[in-house]
Design a protein around this ligand. Structure first.
Ligand code: IMP
Length: 192
């Protein structure tokens, strides 16, 4: 199998995945297959959203594809924002407002533990597979660093003193939720 569509329009995610996937595999984004509409993402779970996006692309564009959905789960907030990570502070999906809200909601709490969870859903010839990656860490008191995207400046992975936004892409990929899930995907694709 040489062609695989990554059902995302987020260029950051395509870049991260391309760094990890074998060069023999040509990964296309949604724009490359003419999909410019918003892919529905209405499930109450991260796994459900990943499957929903992959099924939408497989059914409407008849291509083997994978999609991923990621959520930030903060321990002291009962797993919030979880499936609402992108729009935590409102429909504008503003990363600065999202990070500020996470920090504000943790004010006065001693437990700052959190995790990023990624689920990748793959559909090959109609068969569905899922792969999960989890990165444990803590929520910083303030933003640190300028690399990466989303909540990276406030997420300090377990065992590190720096945030994801203070790491190179390669360093982040080695330990990140998405890196782990993509490596599981790659290992599976190797068996086909
Ligand atoms: P989605 O999976 O594209 O719906 O992303 C959900 C939310 O998580 C968005 O606000 C993203 O910016 C954020 N997000 C996803 N992956 C990462 C990451 O690796 N680091 C920081 N934030 C992320």
């Amino acid at each position: 199998m040489k062609n695989l569509v990554f059902a995302t329009s987020n260029p950051n995610k395509i870049k991260e995945a391309n760094d990890l996937l074998p060069t023999a595999l040509e990964v296309k984004g949604l724009k490359d297959i003419g999909c410019t509409e918003e892919v529905p993402e209405t499930s109450p779970t991260i796994q459900g959203n990943a499957l929903q996006k992959a099924r939408y692309v497989f059914e409407n564009y008849k291509v083997n594809c994978f999609s991923e959905d990621t959520g930030l789960e903060i321990d002291a907030l009962d797993g919030e924002p979880g499936v609402y990570t992108a729009r935590y502070a409102g429909e504008a999906r503003d990363k600065e407002a999202n990070m500020a809200k996470a920090i504000a909601n943790l004010e006065g709490k001693s437990d700052r533990g959190a995790q990023f969870r990624t689920v990748i859903a793959l559909i090959i010839d109609g068969k569905e597979y899922t792969f999960e990656g989890i990165a444990r860490g803590t929520i910083a008191h303030q933003k640190q660093g300028t690399e990466g995207f989303g909540y990276d400046p406030i997420f300090i992975p377990a065992g590190y003193k720096t945030s994801f936004a203070q790491m190179t892409q390669a360093e982040k990929n080695e330990i990140s939720h998405r890196g782990q899930a993509v490596r599981k995907l790659v290992a599976f694709l190797d068996t086909l």
